[in-house]
Ligand binder design. Structure first.
Ligand SMILES: [Zn+2]
Length: 126
């Protein structure tokens, strides 16, 4: 199942990881209204403008998990990231349009690319 989604909800941990700041800083940005954030059950939920149309909910979940666990790392080249595979044994090179993972090599939308899109949007949003 795929969804049509022009925005995505992320945690302060994802905002923190995307921007290289502490979770406290990300929480402060929420309080200061720097981010489009609402507090739900004591936790900030931040909406970032990113088009994830075509990705499944499972892929979005996996993308968020990858970001939260610090599995997506910026390289020295702008827009190029490395992502750790789900079993932790391999890393892939990810850009906005391509990914070197098995799914990406077959031209499919993989969650690594969704994660890059989310992180890029989280950076712009902050
Ligand atoms: Zn991939």
């Amino acid at each position: 199942m795929t969804t049509e989604s022009r925005s995505h909800q992320v945690t302060t941990r994802e905002i923190a990881t995307a921007n290289g700041v502490s979770i406290r800083t990300a929480q402060r940005w929420c309080q200061q209204g720097k981010l489009s954030a609402v507090k739900m059950a004591g936790r900030w939920v931040v909406t970032v403008p990113v088009d994830l149309t075509g990705y499944s909910l499972l892929q979005m979940d996996k993308a968020s998990e990858l970001i939260e666990q610090g599995g997506l790392v910026a390289t020295t080249r702008p827009g190029v990231w490395t992502a750790v595979s789900s079993d932790g044994t391999t890393t892939y090179l990810v850009m906005a349009g391509t990914c070197t993972c098995p799914a990406g090599q077959r031209g499919r939308d993989c969650y690594h690319r969704a994660a890059v899109a989310i992180v890029s949007a989280a950076r712009r949003a902050a």
